[in-house]
Design a protein. Structure first.
Length: 135
C-alpha cells in the first residue's frame, strides 16, 4: 500500500493528500503489519503531523473510534486529541485498552501534560452527564 509506505517514511502532507484521493476507506482501516490502521501508523512515526492526521480522519472518520490510546502513547498534541474526540462523537472516550479508558490511561503515562489530562477528564464527564440526562 503506497499510502502506508508514505506514512512510514514521513512523506509531506501534500503527497499524502494525493495518495488519500486514490485510497478506498477500507485501505485506511485494515493495514497489514503491526498497526491496526493508517492512523496508528502515522501516530507511531509522526505524532505531530496533525494536518495529516486530520486528512486521514476526514477520509475515514471511523478511525477516530480506536486511536486515542495510541495518540496518548505516542505523545500526540492536544489539537490532534481534540480532533479525534470530535470525529468519534466522544465514543473514543469510552474505549477500554490496557484495562482503562483514555482519561485514566493518560494519568498512568509519564510525560502527558496536564492540559491533555484535564481535557480528557472534562470530556469524559461531559459525555457521561449527557448520557445520564444531566445536561
Amino acid at each position: 500500500n503506497p499510502l502506508i509506505q508514505a506514512l512510514y517514511y514521513g512523506a509531506p502532507t501534500a503527497v499524502l493528500e494525493i495518495l488519500l484521493l486514490a485510497c478506498h476507506e477500507t485501505t485506511l482501516i485494515a493495514v497489514d503489519g503491526p498497526y491496526p490502521n493508517a492512523l496508528h501508523v502515522l501516530l507511531r512515526h509522526a505524532p505531530y503531523a496533525v494536518d495529516t492526521a486530520d486528512s486521514l480522519l476526514l477520509a475515514a472518520p471511523v478511525l477516530a473510534n480506536s486511536v486515542v490510546h495510541a495518540a496518548l502513547r505516542h505523545g500526540a498534541p492536544l489539537r490532534l486529541i481534540r480532533h479525534v474526540v470530535a470525529m468519534s462523537s466522544g465514543q473514543c472516550l469510552e474505549e477500554v485498552q490496557d484495562g482503562c479508558m483514555p482519561a485514566v490511561y493518560a494519568t498512568k503515562l509519564l510525560g502527558i501534560n496536564e492540559e491533555i489530562r484535564d481535557y480528557l477528564k472534562t470530556e469524559t464527564l461531559s459525555l457521561a452527564c449527557k448520557r445520564m440526562g444531566c445536561v
